[in-house]
Design a protein around this ligand. Structure first.
Ligand code: HEM
Length: 119
């Protein structure tokens, strides 16, 4: 049973993480860039159920690359945003999500890196 649903033995279940992370009960205004949601001591994070945010899945088959991916983001992404302002060349509402092995867009996502004047 999951809530009121009886799941027969052997059923394959697919958790749509994108949808989960757009649940405005836990992520108000979900498309808004709001790093505050993820600050460890933020009230929003503290009141959120721990399985409401699972970018690397959870449990025994979760992502084995999580630590590497987080390290890459802290080094590569942090270095890029330190030196550049990033803007999309395409307006957000013209992008169509595409669920492939990873969630991407149908058309290539073209970005422009502008050197930052001050660091
Ligand atoms: C931001 C980057 C990444 C995200 C968001 C991510 C996300 C995930 C998720 C959600 C799963 C579970 C899939 C499922 O339930 O079937 C998974 C599994 C896995 N990931 Fe990642 N991943 C990332 C980076 C990486 C990297 C860098 C590696 C390897 C170097 C990696 C290797 C794997 C492997 C091998 C599994 C399968 C684990 C298993 O089935 O036991 N991932 N990842």
């Amino acid at each position: 049973m999951i809530g009121k649903y009886k799941i027969p033995k052997g059923t394959n279940l697919f958790l749509w993480i994108y949808h989960l992370h757009h649940n405005d009960q836990y992520f108000p205004d979900p498309e808004k860039f709001d790093p505050e949601r993820f600050r460890p001591s933020s009230p929003q994070l503290l009141s959120r159920p721990s399985y409401a945010y699972v970018p690397f899945s959870a449990g025994s088959r979760n992502c084995i690359g999580q630590k590497l991916a987080m390290l890459e983001q802290k080094t590569l992404v942090a270095t890029i945003v330190k030196h550049f302002d990033i803007e999309s060349r395409d307006p957000f509402d013209t992008l169509w999500p595409s669920l492939e092995f990873v969630l991407t867009t149908v058309q290539p996502l073209m970005i422009k890196l502008k050197p930052r004047s001050e660091i």
